[in-house]
Design a protein around this ligand. Sequence first.
Ligand code: NDP
Length: 296
Amino acid sequence: MTAKVIDGKAFAAKVRAEVAEHVARLKDEHGLTPGLAVVLVGEDPASKVYVKNKHASTIEVGMASFEHRLSAETGEAELLALIDTLNADPAVHGILVQLPLPGHLNSELVINRIDPAKDVDGFHISNVGLLGTGQKSMVPCTPLGCLMMLRDHHGKLAGLNAVVVGRSNIVGKPMAQLLLGDSCTVTIAHSRTKDLAEVCKRADILVAAVGRPEMITGDMVRPGATVIDVGINRIERDGKAKLVGDVHYESAAAVAGAITPVPGGVGPMTIACLLANTMTACCRTNGLAEPKGLTA
Ligand code: NDP
């Protein structure tokens, strides 16, 4: 079997176009422009690229983008004061603090200072609790993007066996909650899991969020399964820099029914879902109906 390639780039373009349409309608009908504030502390090169891309995508869909770049030496009190200001600013509907923060800053304290209604990353403890109890919340962007692709591919997910490899707070755990919300039978695997290959082989849906290049190989994939590769790993091969996922693409694609590539799979969906979340936050804050299909 050769797997169907799930084109995250094309799917993300569709989501961004839908968001842009809703932004135009909000402006026309309610005089509202959704606004996203991104806070970057320090000079981490990867973070700078992510923030630049987020800014460009926000502008492209017609939203307002507010960038706050602070020096690596910024103190906690200064950062918390900025978040308080953004929380109180009616032009800002979404706030994202780019992680990782420099070591002297307490990420949990900073994230939990964000107004949960503006927490478009979905990392605030209130949103984590709401998601865990099946209530309306802001949903973390990467797992939300994975869920959208899975729903699009499968239609209904109820009853399918899902295995999520990785239990981080930003990907693995919320991914598992979302799949459970769609009535999958969910297993979460991690570094202490015994016989990972056997566990993975039970999956109709296999989500890899491990951070280890090409660790999930074709012999761990059930024939016909859907494989979602969240991993983004920069490696060097044949003297060239290369981006690979957590899944060994060639061997997995030979067995799977469908698979997301890296690049061009989950990555583009993450930014599209950030825009979708900002739109959702703007609608909720203003008591307006939120667009269907852009939330969990
Ligand atoms: P973390 O490092 O926070 O978590 C990795 C998880 O993988 C942990 O739960 C760990 O288990 C588990 N793990 C590590 N080694 C093994 C192993 N040998 N067998 C089984 N499980 C293992 O990573 P993130 O969740 O933040 O990210 C995962 C990947 O997704 C990374 O490649 C990252 O770059 C990518 N990513 C991509 C995004 C996108 O937009 N596409 C967004 C966010 C992340 P344990 O808990 O036991 O240590």
